[in-house]
Write a protein that binds this ligand. Structure first.
Ligand code: NI
Length: 138
């Protein structure tokens, strides 16, 4: 870390007590690191509201590969937007189920649409889009 600026924060003692309990549960070593992470989280969340903002993330999904034409459909979706799918990992979980993790990059709106397409497909049992940031300025 470079260019650290110190500043004071005033807080009600009851709120601070709860915050200290939270940072202890989360295994933070000090308040500053916990506050930095909360600020980062909010800034990244705020970026997601901007549909034009470039984001990176992952789409994790579990699906039944015996579901008719599902594997082909999922592959088709990904090829259609291949510039947004940077990398994929496929794990054969058991006889029926596959786990896939897609690393995605693109505009917030595009990535959210892609995740909706994939996760709403019949045979996809569970999944989630996790959007993060390339961390510039964070
Ligand atoms: Ni598989």
């Amino acid at each position: 870390m470079s260019d650290l600026t110190r500043f004071g924060i005033s807080m009600e003692s009851q709120l601070l007590k709860r915050f200290d309990q939270y940072i202890s549960e989360q295994h933070y070593s000090n308040r500053s690191e916990a506050i930095r992470d909360l600020v980062r989280e909010q800034l990244i969340h705020n970026d997601w509201k901007n549909e034009e903002k470039e984001i990176v993330g992952t789409i994790t999904l579990v699906y039944d590969h015996h579901q008719r034409e599902l594997s082909e459909k999922l592959t088709e979706y990904q090829h259609a937007v291949h510039e947004q799918v940077i990398s994929t990992m496929h794990v054969h979980l058991n006889h029926h189920h596959c786990l896939e993790v897609l690393v995605v990059k693109g505009k917030t709106s595009q990535i959210q649409e892609l995740a909706k397409m994939i996760l709403s497909t019949k045979g996809v049992k569970h999944g989630k889009l996790v959007m993060t940031s390339s961390a510039e300025g964070l």
